[in-house]
Design a protein around this ligand. Structure first.
Ligand SMILES: CC(=O)SCCNC(=O)CCNC(=O)[C@H](O)C(C)(C)COP(=O)(O)OP(=O)(O)OC[C@H]1O[C@@H](n2cnc3c(N)ncnc32)[C@H](O)[C@@H]1OP(=O)(O)O
Ligand SMILES: O=C([O-])CC(=O)C(=O)O
Length: 377
């Protein structure tokens, strides 16, 4: 491990080894186990990428078919989880619902023998996260207890089916699959590093995942896609966005969905999801306006600050055009990133050492202790 001087936020510090992913490596912006994100997004299904993450190699056709069937069979929720979701308030943030759902499942289907169980636990969470989220969503919205076990073979299609109550179009399913691929993995980002820290204490898979969800929830990480949507919707048109953005920058406000700790000029995931956003905007006046507002924000951010959209920015309008409510955006990131977290949890377990860095002490020198009755009022 290197030990840099100015390492606030561990910026620039190499905190361990991984064979899962490269981020910002010259010439190859993002790779999962050696495969370019552009190839995976264009040519693979999300379930292939999930398999690559969790089992180490791309599946053959028969392995993929079997894997999809396995995931379909793992979508049901135990009664205890349903009851807990029914008791969770409708105004809870859906990321808290994901965290709670994962935690309750971990009490019912405990991981007591990681070596034997860890793949089952990872697949179970992957398969049942959409069920948890949308069971809670419909129950608290309308009191309806939905059947969470559709026969859609793709997780993205299954998600949209549960959300809207009808089978999605092929286009919508493809867009969701691409989105899930883009969000699946990103080296030592804050949530994955959190999962590894928890794992390194020899804790269980569910604890690592619930902690990771907590880290992903914040607007400096996964929560940025929701904040980006809220921002885009505050502007009437592109000109108003330009004016508003400049005022925000004058006030030194952060614009969510822009900038990145590792990428310095662009995020390779952005053009891929931007294309889907543009595709769904089409000629529809309302959607076109939101897309144009987004493009103007992108332009202003580059002209004024040389900051570029990260993976979250155009995910906002892409999801919005798919009819997904804004507060469900970051939970979709959870469904996808579970695969990356899983890969890192397995990798950490295979070559473990407690993660426990030092701190530079900046507090007071040793001083006299005064009993409480001598400290004044
Ligand atoms: C999928 C993901 O998790 S991608 C990241 C999602 N998060 C966001 O979009 C939140 C907005 N972006 C940010 O806050 C940051 O760019 C981060 C958190 C992604 C990276 O943070 P860091 O590497 O610590 O960079 P830091 O926040 O120090 O920014 C460096 C400089 O750029 C500025 N800057 C960075 N991002 C932004 C932004 N989105 N809006 C305005 N200014 C920004 C900072 O104010 C800072 O300026 P200064 O040097 O004048 O103080
Ligand atoms: O790598 C990061 O810091 C954040 C990010 O883009 C991700 O987790 O997808």
């Amino acid at each position: 491990m290197s030990n840099n001087e100015n390492s606030a936020g561990l910026a620039g510090v190499t905190a361990g080894k991984t064979a899962v992913c490269t981020v910002g490596k010259k010439g190859v912006g993002l790779t999962y186990r050696g495969y370019l994100i552009e190839d995976l997004a264009a040519k693979a299904e999300f379930e292939e990428v999930a398999y690559l993450m969790l089992y180490g190699e791309l599946p053959t056709q028969s392995q993929l078919d079997a894997y999809k069937q396995r995931l379909i069979g793992m979508r049901g929720l135990p009664d205890a989880v349903k009851k807990a979701l029914e008791l969770t308030p409708g105004d809870a943030h859906p990321m808290d619902v994901m965290r709670t759902g994962a935690s309750v499942l971990g009490t019912v289907e405990q991981e007591n023998d990681p070596e034997a169980q860890q793949h089952d636990v990872a697949d179970r969470l992957l398969a049942s996260f959409p069920s948890m989220l949308l069971y809670w969503y419909h129950f608290t919205d309308s009191g309806k207890r939905i059947d969470v076990e559709t026969d859609d073979d793709k997780i993205g299609g299954h998600f949209l089916h549960l959300l809207h109550g009808e089978k999605p179009s092929a286009d919508a399913t493809k867009a969701m699959s691409t989105s899930l691929i883009l969000y699946a993995e990103h080296e030592f980002n804050a949530s994955t590093f959190t999962a590894r820290v928890v794992t390194a204490t020899l804790s269980d898979f569910y604890s690592a995942v619930t902690a990771a969800i907590g880290a992903l929830r914040g607007p400096l990480h996964g929560g940025a896609n929701e904040k980006a949507m809220e921002l885009i919707q505050t502007f009437e048109d592109a000109d108003a966005a330009e004016k508003g953005l400049k005022e925000m920058m004058a006030r030194k406000e952060k614009i969510m969905g822009f900038g990145h700790r590792v990428y310095k000029t662009h995020d390779p995931r952005n053009p891929i999801i931007k294309e889907w956003s543009k595709h769904f905007a089409g000629d529809d006046a309302y959607k076109r306006n939101l897309y144009e507002i987004s493009e103007r924000i992108e332009q202003v951010m580059w002209d004024e600050k040389k900051l570029f959209p990260n993976a979250d920015f155009y995910h906002a309008t892409a999801y919005h055009f798919l009819g997904i409510p804004t507060h469900l955006f970051t939970p979709i990131f959870v469904i996808s990133r579970l695969t990356g977290w899983g890969a890192h949890i397995f990798e950490q377990r295979a070559d473990n050492r407690l993660i426990r860095p030092n701190a530079e002490y900046v507090g007071p020198e040793i001083r006299d202790f005064r009993p409480i009755d001598q400290r004044g009022s």
